[in-house]
Design a protein. Sequence first.
Length: 153
Amino acid sequence: MSGERFTLDTNVLIYAIDTASPHRHAIAREVVLRAQPLDCCLTLQAVSEFFVAVSRKRLLPIERAARLADDWMTTFETVGTSADAIRQALGATLRHRASYWDALLVAAAAEAGCTAILTEDLADGTSLFGVRIINPFGPGGLTQPARDLLTPA
């Protein structure tokens, strides 16, 4: 049981609507649904990246993608990006710890008090800026660390 503040990466949001990978789709939908009543916030970067990706790939009509992005900004608290988060992301990128966009998302989440991020884009089990990286996509479904995080305290 968790009670931790956490965030979701863009890839989780995309898989929640993308049925091309049924396994990831099912897990991502479960993550988004279970995260809603918990202390989960979304970065404005993740919401924006979601909208651009699903529109560009035509996974949803643009109007529906915009409506869903807006719904998620209503459902979840959102957090922006500060100049300090940008500086941290630049430093992490220069030290080869992460790509700039991944580092920026994690830095913004850390500033918002998140202790974990659900993503498949970073090294599972590591941490960046004090934020634990948890890959929710296991071969048998939701991974145990993700399940623990998504269980109300």
